[in-house]
Design a binder for this molecule. Structure first.
Ligand code: DC
Length: 223
């Protein structure tokens, strides 16, 4: 159902809150494009690892960002000609993405890319700073959260019973990333003042999307 071709909808929140599942469902229902901005930070992390530089080496990061050729289509992420979609979801890349995402040089480079993608609207964009920094003028902003335990459980189930990690390790990693992502100076994870806050701890993805669709209808004054 294409309700309105030009809305820009943002979904922010911590790791494991269900952003990806919900964003994809919402985008599909509205006939919109979907942007996973975490994947962009993961691509930088992947290149940092491949280049063997430290995540706080700003001149190395600048060079990586300058040469970064990213394309994100049909959920496949191609970086500098290589499809890295299946290589960016490991625990190591998750932590490295969180580390490089605190560096201003990386955030600035990705800011331009994200704004270009969002320019024409008709987009559901998920991340940490969509509603606060990248798209402060978005039409509708959501902040999706859940308890740490519930988020760890979801990751555990999602990655084939942990992908070699125990539930406790996943919970520990999530706590570390929450701390990194929320305490950094630049674009920290936090709800925008005008965001609709949703606690998904006891909700299914369907229930969350229904709630979001109700907000969309309200905004567009649809029955
Ligand atoms: O959503 P994700 O788990 O794929 O994101 C990976 C990391 O990227 C996350 O720990 C913080 C960073 N990130 C960010 O700083 N800003 C965004 N808009 C999206 C992700």
């Amino acid at each position: 159902m294409v309700l309105q071709p030009t809305l820009l909808i943002t979904i922010d929140g911590p790791a494991g809150a269900g952003k990806t599942t919900v964003s994809k469902m919402l985008a599909r229902e509205m006939g919109y494009r979907y942007l996973d901005t975490g994947a962009l930070y993961r691509a930088v992390a992947y290149e940092v690892r491949a280049a063997g530089i430290r995540p706080d080496d700003d001149s190395g990061l600048e060079s990586i960002c300058d040469h970064l050729r990213l394309s994100l289509e049909e959920n496949r992420l191609v970086s500098n000609g290589i499809d890295i979609s299946d290589r960016i979801r490991s625990p190591e890349i998750s932590m490295l993405a969180s580390a490089v995402s605190a560096r201003p040089v990386v955030r600035q480079a990705l800011l331009d890319i994200q704004r270009k993608i969002g320019r024409d609207g008709g987009l559901v964009a998920e991340g940490r700073d969509m509603g606060t920094v990248v798209f402060p003028e978005a039409d509708l902003k959501f902040f999706l959260d859940a308890t740490v335990r519930q988020r760890a459980l979801r990751r555990y189930e999602q990655y084939d019973k942990g992908n070699g990690q125990t539930l406790e390790q996943i919970e520990h990693d999530i706590r570390c990333r929450d701390e990194n992502d929320s305490s950094r100076d630049i674009a920290p994870l936090k709800p925008a003042d005008d965001a609709v806050n949703i606690d998904s701890t006891t909700m299914t993805a369907r229930q969350v999307v229904d709630l979001m669709m109700a907000r969309v209808r309200e905004l567009l004054e649809l029955p």
